[in-house]
Design a protein around this ligand. Structure first.
Ligand code: F3S
Length: 62
């Protein structure tokens, strides 16, 4: 499973990092970045939870 953050939509609310800091990290541009490429199944549930927690639906996965 691969996650991405749409930086046009991200408003930097930091919810994703709060829920799943192993996958999402706030960087200097004030946006969340995905810091792992392909996700091990260990993190999938947390990453999906982070996707749901985003107030502007900036996170998606495939
Ligand atoms: Fe941005 Fe949504 Fe995370 S607004 S910082 S992607 S929770």
């Amino acid at each position: 499973m691969k996650f991405k953050v749409d930086h046009e939509l991200c408003v930097g609310c930091e919810a994703c990092e709060g829920v799943c800091p192993k996958v999402f990290e706030m960087q200097d541009d004030g946006k969340a970045h995905v810091i792992v490429d392909a996700l091990s199944s260990d993190f999938e549930a947390d990453a999906l939870e982070a996707e749901e927690a985003c107030p502007v639906q900036a996170i998606s996965h495939e």
